[in-house]
Design a protein. Structure first.
Length: 327
């Protein structure tokens, strides 16, 4: 079988450390497909990356054919089937979201252009580095000649956080919860939607029986979970973020189960009134051929519609703030 060429940027960072052994062990492309890993970092991190490479070798993953460590973006993106855009500058003290956008934007123009130059035409790209939605918008706008739908951003961690909170509240295993999902931006304005999901085949609202919690503490916990983890651990989520990025890519590449919805932030086609081109989280299904479909026709309450309007307005503001980077 032809090896899958998988590029991970920011490979010497915390998410890189957690994600690489799992990709090498076949968690994205399955237990039969060999993997070539391309690890892209900035020059100052290449020494640390060498340590990551040694550890990967020491895992002795039977599927791993080759590891390439590089700070050259064209070498990193060349021939890629899947790209995890994880590397980004972290938010420093006193930095606003807008400052972070300006600081990270140029990384994604360069990487988007390099993906267009060298990756496979049907490459699957997931942006993890924050602000993930608008970084994804910048990346696809720079990827001339590639279909924007090859670019997505990660809201799967928010999705999984929602499922876990619902399972905990209902006192059931997480596998009993299905089809809660996320609208909008990966930011505290995101909207966890429980109106179409089920717990053990019954509507979520009926099982939980506490509308106040579903519209209040539940939403707040999911929106603020990243901050809660930083407060507890002193650093941001890494294992759960790596797990979500793998799940995102695996759903996209190998498909969702019949009746299963997942959350992916994708370039809007105007669905649900989200302005075309904004990278917003939607409920999606994936047929398993490397494409996805935004689930259509969901009836939404006024509460959801209003909250989605606010998160979409934030995405529009972000698009305006980086207008000069959208060529
Ligand atoms: P780290 O700071 O541990 O690692 C980032 C790595 O990126 C560093 O090794 C750095 O050298 C590298 N890097 C910086 N610029 C680069 C460039 N131009 N090319 C290649 N590599 C570059 O951060 P980590 O905890 O791994 O988080 C990475 C990103 O994920 C951050 O932007 C973070 O905010 C974001 N997250 C996104 C999440 C999501 O749900 N979308 C959740 C987890 C995480 O917070």
């Amino acid at each position: 079988m032809k090896p899958a060429v998988v590029t991970v940027t920011g490979a010497a960072g915390q998410i890189g450390y957690a994600i690489l052994p799992r990709i090498a062990h076949g968690d994205v492309f399955g237990p039969d497909r060999p993997v070539i890993l391309k690890l892209l970092e900035i020059e100052p991190a290449l020494k640390a990356l060498e340590g990551v490479r040694m550890e990967l070798e020491d895992c002795a993953p039977p599927l791993l054919q080759k590891i390439v460590c590089t700070a050259d973006v064209d070498e990193g993106m060349g021939d890629a089937d899947a790209v995890f855009l994880v590397g980004a500058r972290p938010r420093g003290p006193g930095m606003e979201r807008g400052d972070l956008l300006r600081a990270n934007g140029p990384i994604f123009t360069g990487q988007g252009a390099a993906i267009a130059r060298g990756a496979k035409k049907d490459v699957c790209v997931v942006v993890v580095g924050n602000p993930a939605n608008t970084n994804c918008l910048i990346a696809y706008s720079s990827a001339k000649g590639l279909d924007p739908s090859r670019f997505t951003a990660m809201t799967r961690l928010d999705h999984d956080r929602a499922l876990a909170q619902l399972a905990r509240k209902a006192g059931v295993p997480v596998r009993a919860v299905a089809n809660a999902f996320i609208w909008g931006n990966h930011s505290p304005t995101m909207v966890p939607d429980t109106e179409h999901g089920t717990i053990g085949c019954r509507p979520i609202a009926e099982v939980i029986g506490d509308a106040g919690w579903l519209h209040g503490d539940f939403v707040k916990t999911v929106q603020q979970r990243g901050k809660a983890i930083i407060d507890a651990r002193g650093v941001s989520s890494a294992a759960s973020a790596a797990n979500a990025a793998i799940s995102h890519m695996r759903s996209w590449v190998t498909g969702t189960a019949p009746g299963e919805l997942q959350s992916m932030a994708v370039p809007s086609d105007g669905s649900y009134g989200v302005p075309a081109g904004l990278v917003s989280s939607f409920p999606v299904t994936c047929p398993g051929d490397g494409t996805y479909r935004i689930v259509q026709g969901l009836e939404r309450s006024g509460w959801v519609v209003d909250k989605v309007a606010a998160t979409v307005a934030e995405l529009e503001d972000e698009r305006k703030a980086v207008a000069d980077l959208l060529k």
